[in-house]
Write a protein that binds this ligand. Structure first.
Ligand code: KG4
Ligand code: ZN
Length: 332
């Protein structure tokens, strides 16, 4: 089964063709570079850019796969969570395409997409599926959810952030340090030349719970930066490394504890922050089961993950998707 899948929940326009939920036949991504100047996303501009990009990117995906619409079995799009205007562009375009070509439309939860990115393969021989049950950490610019995946599309929430998302914390600290947007990759790069033990920072520990809190850490970094700036040139690399260590430890410790407590067979990561190398390494170090992480370009928003989730949503019933779009659609 070949699914043409569209992702427009935030600032990435993604169009992909995925076969049987696992094999990527095409995966094109248009990144909206203008948000780098504003250091954040302006929703109206994001929606307008999706509108401009979606038709040419869809044509390109079909070309890349050497297919036309008659080779496609279903059309999928993200219906939430995300920016309403941005979601509407992709979902309406996909519904129109489905209607015009007589194909079924599948609405996809963006967070399920991040989870099912772990089922994707960029190579011809597809590896074995991740073993379930699994503990899944979905960490993106808008979400930090720790969930138990009991089976396909059966998610139980263990914990989530009570304030900022992990990616948001990376983005805000990057801005404080005068680094680029989105902040995660810049922090990771700066931290490579820094001392993670230079400055002790609070680990945002909510004892005995699986919830996260990152606003205290963010405030602590703000105070640290202000006092360091007063003393001389800002040691950007050391601050980046110390911040990254604190956030990685909080995420890794709770993920590992959840995996042990629930006796799962694997741990899966998803979302833009899962592209972070030290986070992967620290989780791997702490767990006794296999860790699956999508390739970095499949961790950040893309169409292929929507195609994977759409396939399993046709195969396995679970949470029903809204008829329209929804800015706040939980994973569990
Ligand atoms: O999943 P995603 O592409 O979009 C959302 O659904 O939010 O995630 C984007 C987030 C941004 O906050 C970005 O700073 C973060 O993922 N990110 C990273 C890395 N790459 C992207 N955070 C830490 N380390 C990275 N290497
Ligand atoms: Zn995302």
């Amino acid at each position: 089964m070949r699914i043409l899948a569209i992702e427009t929940s935030c600032d990435e326009t993604g169009v992909a063709i995925v076969e049987d939920g696992r094999r990527i036949r095409a995966n094109v991504i248009g990144t909206q570079a203008m948000h780098q100047q504003t250091g954040g996303i302006i929703p109206e501009i994001a929606a307008r850019e999706h509108l401009r990009a979606i038709d040419p990117l869809t044509a390109q995906a079909l070309r890349d796969a050497g297919m036309d619409l008659s080779d496609i079995d279903a059309i999928a799009a993200t219906v939430g969570p995300g920016l309403i205007g941005a979601l509407l562009v992709g979902a309406n375009y996909a519904r129109g395409l489905a209607l015009a070509s007589g194909l079924p439309f599948v609405g996809v939860n963006h967070l399920e997409g991040h989870v099912y990115a772990n089922w994707l393969a960029e190579t011809e021989d597809v590896p074995a599926e991740p073993d379930l049950p699994a503990v899944v950490l979905v960490v993106s610019g808008a979400h930090s959810d720790l969930v138990l995946m009991e089976g396909h599309r059966r998610f139980r929430l263990l914990g989530r952030t009570i304030d900022d998302a992990a990616g948001e914390a990376f983005d805000k600290v990057a801005r404080l340090l005068g680094l680029g947007f989105p902040g995660g990759p810049f922090i990771e790069r700066a931290a490579r030349d820094g001392d993670p033990d230079a400055y002790p920072l609070p680990k945002a520990w909510l004892a005995d719970r699986y919830d996260f809190s990152f606003s205290g850490l963010k405030t602590a970094v703000l105070r640290l930066v202000r006092s360091l700036e007063a003393a001389g040139p800002l040691p950007v690399n050391d601050v980046a490394a110390s911040f990254q260590k604190a956030i990685v430890e909080a995420l890794a410790a709770k993920t590992a504890r959840a995996a042990a407590e629930h006796g799962v067979r694997s741990v899966l990561l998803g979302g833009g922050v899962a592209a972070n190398g030290p986070l992967r390494a620290e989780i791997q170090r702490r767990i006794g089961v296999p860790l699956r992480v999508p390739a970095p370009r499949l961790c950040t928003d893309n169409g292929a993950m929507v195609g994977a989730a759409a396939f399993y949503s046709l195969r396995h019933r679970g949470a029903e998707m809204p008829a329209g779009v929804s800015s706040s659609l939980p994973l569990a």
